[in-house]
Write a protein that binds this ligand. Structure first.
Ligand SMILES: Nc1ncnc2c1ncn2[C@@H]1O[C@H](COP(=O)(O)OP(=O)(O)OP(=O)(O)O)[C@@H](O)[C@H]1O
Ligand SMILES: [Mg+2]
Length: 306
């Protein structure tokens, strides 16, 4: 059945460009599927957004925003109030997932291993008062590795306070050596686990969005019991964080000391990237689902259930 689809894209978080790239693929897929659609570039003018939606009267909204305000429950609240079915997680699932500190706590309660970590002020981290290296610092509620720094030893420079564009309170996590594993979930079910081998220092913004900067191995070539565990943990995280639709959970697999090694949960992305190099499309493709079919699945899954 053909639907009227409003595609929310762009937005005003630091991941604006990533969202525009994800949306390009989604718009092309909607065209192939024969749906009627309008792209809406979301700005801070929420009144205009509400009026636009009111005028277009979409059957569903595909929420292709990434980062703050679009992925953390804010936009979801507006769509709930307007009673328009939308893709991905609801208000609660989005806000729980996008706060890495809360997500870590909930997953730990469910028996998932997380890196040792704590919330601290960047100034205290810089003063050496928080954790001995190696550790990782990251904003509590951003994405695309923006603001993520790995501090390997006492000589690694920390970001300067005056150059830090994010909130002063950050997450400081023990650095987990080893490998990078990510799992895609569709409607509560794990679709597969992929390994990413970045060619540079780590899986940073450049490795995520520049062709040739990381090798993807699908399915992840890890021991079968570890594969089963990462799939199970991603499903548990998706459920425990009250997510729906598509999510992607990110893990580290430390096999540097023994084999099989230990898995560590990093985070769950309630609106994972849909760019040409993004991992959810690659994982589902391995299961025989095309990008276009994934978009159709999201259209059908859209709802107002929190
Ligand atoms: N504790 C850790 N130990 C080792 N590497 C880490 C750790 N935390 C983060 N990293 C590295 O930084 C990357 C980004 O971290 P994380 O997934 O927490 O941030 P993000 O900005 O939310 O990313 P996303 O693009 O998935 O939204 C990870 O994929 C990993 O390569
Ligand atoms: Mg991540």
């Amino acid at each position: 059945m053909k639907k009227r689809v409003a595609v929310l894209m762009g937005g005003f978080s630091v991941e604006r460009d990533v969202s525009l790239s994800s949306a390009q693929g989604v718009l092309k897929a909607l065209e192939e599927l024969g749906h009627e659609f309008i792209p809406i570039d979301v700005t801070r003018d929420i009144t205009a957004l509400a009026q636009n939606l009111e005028a277009y009267k979409p059957d569903v909204v595909l929420n292709i925003l990434h980062g703050r305000w679009g992925e953390d429950g804010c936009i979801q609240g507006l769509l709930e109030m307007m009673n328009i079915p939308y893709s991905h997680s609801g208000v609660l699932g989005s806000s729980l997932s996008m706060n890495k500190v809360v997500a870590r706590k909930i997953c730990q309660i469910k028996g998932i291993r997380i890196p040792e970590g704590q919330v601290a002020r960047l100034a205290d981290v810089c003063a050496g008062r928080v954790m001995e290296p190696p550790f990782v610092i990251k904003p509590i509620g951003e994405g695309s590795s923006l603001g993520v720094h790995i501090i390997y030893d006492r000589k690694t420079p920390l970001p300067r306070l005056s150059d830090w564009p994010f909130e002063e309170k950050i997450l400081v996590e023990r650095y987990i050596p080893g490998r990078e594993i990510q799992v895609a979930i569709l409607g509560g079910k794990a679709m597969g686990a992929i390994e990413i081998c970045p060619k540079g220092e780590f899986y940073d913004y450049e490795a995520k969005y520049t062709d040739g900067k990381a090798v993807h191995l699908m399915p992840a070539p890890i021991p079968s019991e570890v594969y089963a565990q990462v799939m199970e943990w991603a499903e548990i995280a998706h459920r425990a964080l009250e997510c729906r639709g598509v999510t992607r959970s990110d893990f580290r697999y430390d096999d540097t000391k023994r084999e099989p090694g230990e898995l560590y949960y990093l985070e769950t992305n309630p609106q994972p990237g849909l760019t040409p190099l993004s991992l959810v499309p690659e994982i589902v493709a391995h299961e025989g689902m095309t990008y276009t079919q994934l978009v159709q699945w999201m259209v059908e899954d859209a709802s107002c259930r929190r």
